[in-house]
Design a protein around this ligand. Structure first.
Ligand code: NAP
Length: 258
């Protein structure tokens, strides 16, 4: 199946920078009408200007996805401005690099609250609009789901949980006309990567390349998509025989990490 994005009403979180901004631009190039959500109004304004330079339109929706009222308000306003929602992308996320044995339960809370529960809050608000339009939910998980990496365990738990949410939601929405796409971006050169020095030597891609892969997967009506081929191979190795995956990861660990 193919999905034409021209004229579609698309809302995305994480719209103030990084993969979210690049995805907004890629969607605008397809003719989608956009609303972009994030906390930073300055970051959203930059995205709005960048989309306008592409000849598109994006409405900024300041929103904290860890706050129920803020999410309700932003999603409803976005639907009002766009006249409905055809596609909702959960892109926003935060990271944490910490060895698991040093991570306190409290360290998991903000990461889970943003990466898993932020997407849960947004999706619950967006679903009634998506049902009306037989739309698409896109959940941006991570390659970390199939390629676990040392010191990234807290983040990995949140993305495994998001992937589980996404797969279950897909089944529960069967027959409603609403489709669910789970995306596993590779390592992407954004601000987030600055907080993950353990990944500094691993192969990475640009946010624009990642965004193109996300848009392609939406247009092709996919249920799952990676954004680069190399992690797909190492992910398959992890599944087949985990010690091979561990060995490959050790090749990319910077000095000082075990
Ligand atoms: N970079 C990578 O290597 C990589 C790889 C795989 C998956 N991913 C995933 O891709 C997504 C985007 O990552 P990125 O690399 O573009 O990160 P980024 O540059 O750090 O951007 C993160 C985005 O999330 C938003 N955000 C964070 N907390 C929020 C909150 N409480 N409420 C609303 N918005 C919030 C930020 O906006 P404000 O700060 O303005 O609120 C920002 O727009 C994340 O889910 C990440 O886990 C990234």
């Amino acid at each position: 199946m193919t999905f034409d994005l021209k004229g579609k009403a698309v809302v995305l979180t994480g719209g103030s920078r990084g993969i979210g901004r690049s995805t907004a631009l890629a969607l605008a190039r397809e003719g989608a009408r956009l609303a972009v959500m994030a906390r930073s109004e300055g970051g959203l304004a930059k995205t709005v200007r960048a989309v306008a330079r592409e000849g598109g339109q994006a409405a900024p929706m300041a929103c904290d996805i860890t706050d129920d009222a803020s999410v309700h308000n932003a999603v409803d306003r976005a639907a009002q401005v766009l006249g409905g929602i055809d596609v909702f992308l959960n892109v926003a996320g935060i990271t944490l690099q910490k060895p698991l044995l040093e991570a306190e339960p409290e360290d998991f809370m903000p990461v889970m609250n943003t990466n898993l529960l932020g997407a849960v809050r947004c999706t619950r608000c967006a679903i009634p609009y998506l049902r009306d339009r037989r739309g698409v939910v896109v959940n941006v998980a991570s390659i970390i789901v199939s390629n676990p990496f040392p010191h990234m365990g807290v983040y990995a738990c949140s993305k495994w949980a998001l992937a589980a949410y996404s797969h279950t939601l897909r089944q529960e929405l069967h027959g409603t006309g609403v489709r669910v796409l789970t995306v596993y971006p590779s390592i992407v050169r954004t601000d987030m990567l600055e907080e993950e020095p353990v990944l500094a030597r691993a192969p990475s891609q640009s946010p624009d390349a990642c965004a193109r892969a996300i848009v392609k997967a939406i247009k092709r009506g996919k249920q799952e998509a990676g954004t680069a081929w190399l992690p797909k191979i190492s992910g398959a190795l992890f599944k087949l025989y985990p010690p091979w995956g561990d060995r490959i990861n050790r090749l990319f660990l910077p000095r000082g990490y075990k």
